[in-house]
Design a protein around this ligand. Structure first.
Ligand code: FE
Ligand code: FE
Length: 275
């Protein structure tokens, strides 16, 4: 990877003055509003796959979005996508992985048809971005700002406030419900896209990259199974590029198109994707 300007310990520091207040408020709302019922509502509302948009148009739309939950980056989100992909490319990682680096946050395009009440708009992003957790069981202390866990209404309900909650032991991550956000949205959009040939590893990177309490926090050991250990290795590999490449370096999206669009067309076809 390129020489890093920041040491690893300088990333994901949630206590650094100014930006802390906004990030903390984001997580307070996320914990307060992201309940099991809310997630079901969002799935019904957004997983309709009836809005055609070309991949590159979605990239351009992310030029207008800044992720409020990210303490490491205050650039348009598309710059983070280019930084991740370019770091993978520099290390000669496979083309499908470079593509995943390029598109992994494209689910944030949900803000185009989002709303403040859902937390899926530019102004309210608690249903769009940020570390996710499992809904339907107890929130772990490995969540950022664990002091907000008690604000979650589900934690007052007997069926949801135990380590297993509504789930069976060892059921695996593919069988649990995560807080709603851009990971699951893009995963479902790509899964629904018949021309998609991104390998399983890449689809897992898209779906679980924001699931920090699991992949970095080490929680949810009762729910996960052996398949998830494999998932975790893939995510850890991906995470190096998602997290430690964040910098002020700027790329020109148009200039990048000549290299990345053919890779995108190889794995996703040339036609529109239905969001
Ligand atoms: Fe993300
Ligand atoms: Fe990312």
């Amino acid at each position: 990877m390129e020489t890093l300007e920041k040491e690893k310990t300088e990333f994901r520091n949630y206590n650094q003055g100014d930006i802390t207040a906004a990030v903390k408020e984001h997580y307070r709302k996320m914990r307060l509003y992201q309940t099991y019922d809310y997630v079901q509502k969002m799935k019904a509302k957004y997983l309709t796959f009836d809005k055609p948009m070309l991949l590159w148009d979605a990239m351009e739309k992310l030029n207008a979005l800044i992720d409020v939950s990210d303490p490491d980056l205050d650039l348009p989100n598309v710059q983070h996508l280019l930084q991740s992909a370019e770091a993978m490319r520099a290390e000669g990682r496979p083309d499908w992985m470079q593509l995943v680096g390029l598109i992994h946050d494209l689910g944030k395009a949900m803000y185009l048809w989002g709303s403040d009440e859902d937390g899926t708009s530019q102004a309210e992003q608690w249903g769009l971005v940020g570390d996710v957790f499992v809904v339907g069981c107890k929130l772990p202390d490995s969540c950022v700002y664990p002091e907000f866990n008690e604000l979650n209404p589900d934690m007052q309900l007997e069926q949801y406030n135990t380590e297993l909650g509504i789930y069976e032991e060892g059921c695996g991550l593919d069988n649990v419900e995560l807080a709603w956000g851009h990971d699951e949205y893009l995963y479902q959009v790509l899964k629904n896209h018949s021309e998609n040939t991104i390998p399983e590893e890449g689809m897992v990177m898209v779906r679980y990259h924001s699931f920090y309490p699991w992949h970095t926090g080490g929680s949810y050991t009762k729910i996960t199974n052996a398949k998830d250990d494999q998932y975790k290795e893939w995510i850890k590999d991906f995470n190096k590029y998602d997290l430690y490449t964040k910098s002020q370096k700027l790329y020109n999206l148009d200039e990048m198109k000549a290299y990345y669009l053919p890779i995108a067309e190889k794995y996703l076809g040339k036609g529109p994707i239905y969001w």
